[in-house]
Design a binder for this molecule. Structure first.
Ligand SMILES: [Zn+2]
Length: 439
């Protein structure tokens, strides 16, 4: 049984059972793959698994988790909630219940509950009037059990403007400047879970789309980006020919598919001498993205000519505004981390202190459940096409060489941008350190 919002903790209140009965749970509303979910054929499974499956998804929504993992070890099952990218242990469960949750979610997603092959699917859900999309994948484990990973997306949250996504006015101005050039390749790099897609779409919204025409052949899904025109490729055209057609229809900006293959990279580089091409690149940082682009295109000289900028993002957690604690940093600390000596105040997550008399801990923060952080904001790294950088790229430089050049020229690094966010009081030094440790 899963207890309330605080997964791991067991609530000892007498009225616990009443709470459980009255608890509002999410509802499931159909598999994303369109398969009809036959509950009648799965009556016993539904008896064992439907409520626990609803409970675990509701727990995830209430805890603001973006991902939940369900594992089995021996006779026990366990859940792990990922909140703003950080793992928190959830409740332990008996093995049969854990198996039932996994199989039930498979049924709800229109998948085969019995098959232990890796499967992926999704189900629509609703909680308190808000629609969600829950996508799952299952993976067989060496011990014969299965691991379930469920990801949640609140469909009410639309892609924000650049400001809403946490970017500064200066970054927005720079993106506008770059995209108004009618040429040049802009990469937006990030690893899995870095928020790179959200960033790419926010950048797209950062373009002055009343002045400049942007086209894309990317399926925008449920995302709305105003004034970006969907371009329908002709079936007989390859990507290069499609881009030529887009350029002929007076495009200023082409929003590329994620640049993962040589074909996509070559088509983008080929168009970027007459049109701004912007696309996501799966890479851990900006320097790696540039080196990867050179490799995919296979022509360092061409890349050095069309390269305009490579941004990279990483998400950093924001301190909870309700419980963050101010402190006066000592000069040694400031010097050590590289903050200006005149910095008067920084913030951190509070350490709850037990009451002197009773020894009891204070009530948890209502806003963040004592996580100390709520939501995330992007840190940016940027490599621009300075003369020195172009010359280096033309030699087919490695990511490390590009990194050194960017540092020498004082380009924006994650560390610098992270310190800015710390100095603004939005996050803590501990959070910045955590990100660099896990990187
Ligand atoms: Zn708080």
């Amino acid at each position: 049984m899963i207890f309330g919002m605080f997964g791991g903790k067991n609530n000892d209140d007498d009225d616990d059972e009443d709470d459980e009965e009255e608890r509002e749970l999410c509802s499931f509303q159909g598999a994303l793959n369109g398969n009809v979910v036959d509950m009648k054929a799965n009556v016993r499974l539904a008896q064992a698994g439907l409520i626990p499956a609803k409970e675990i998804v509701t727990d995830a929504i209430e805890r603001r988790a973006e991902t939940v993992r369900v594992d089995i070890k021996g006779e026990r099952g366990s859940s792990t909630f990922y909140i703003d990218g950080v793992a928190f242990a959830g409740a332990k469960m008996p093995r049969p219940q854990t198996v039932a949750i996994t199989q039930m979610l498979k049924v709800l997603c229109g998948l085969d509950p019995k098959s232990k092959q890796p499967q992926a699917g999704g189900v629509k859900a609703e909680f308190q009037g808000i629609p969600y999309e829950v996508t799952i994948d299952t993976a067989p484990q060496p011990d014969g059990t299965e691991r379930l990973t469920a990801r949640l997306r609140n469909l009410k949250i639309k892609i924000g403007t650049m400001e809403e996504a946490g970017f500064s006015a200066a970054t927005k101005a720079q993106v506008r400047e770059l995209t108004s050039q009618k040429k040049g390749l802009i990469l937006i790099a990030g690893g899995p879970g870095s928020g790179v897609t959200t960033t790419a779409f926010a950048f797209l919204r950062g373009i002055d789309l009343f002045q400049y025409a942007a086209f894309t052949i990317v399926d925008m899904g449920s995302r709305e980006v105003y004034n970006v025109q969907a371009f329908e490729p002709k079936p007989e055209d390859d990507l290069k020919q499609t881009y030529e057609r887009i350029i002929r229809s007076e495009a200023d900006v082409i929003f590329s598919e994620p640049i993962k293959t040589a074909d996509i990279a070559k088509a983008g580089a080929g168009a970027a001498d007459r049109c701004c091409v912007m696309g996501e690149m799966p890479a851990k940082d900006a320097a790696t993205a540039v080196a990867q682009l050179t490799q995919l295109v296979g022509d360092p000289q061409q890349v050095s000519e069309v390269f305009a900028a490579a941004y990279s993002t990483k998400l950093i957690r924001l301190l909870c505004p309700a419980c963050k604690e101010a402190f006066r940093p000592n000069p040694k600390l400031l010097a050590k981390v590289g903050l200006p000596p005149e910095t008067k105040v920084l913030y951190r997550k509070p350490e709850p202190e037990p009451d002197e008399k009773t020894g009891e801990l204070p009530d948890p923060c209502e806003k963040c459940n004592d996580v100390g952080y709520i939501g995330r904001t992007p840190m940016l790294e940027l490599i621009t096409a300075s003369e020195g950088m172009r010359k280096l790229i033309a030699t087919g430089a490695t990511a490390d060489q590009i990194k050194v050049q960017a540092r020498t020229e004082g380009m924006l690094t994650f560390h610098k941008d992270g310190l800015r966010i710390v100095a603004e009081g939005k996050t803590s030094l501990e959070e910045l350190q955590r990100l660099f440790k896990t990187a």
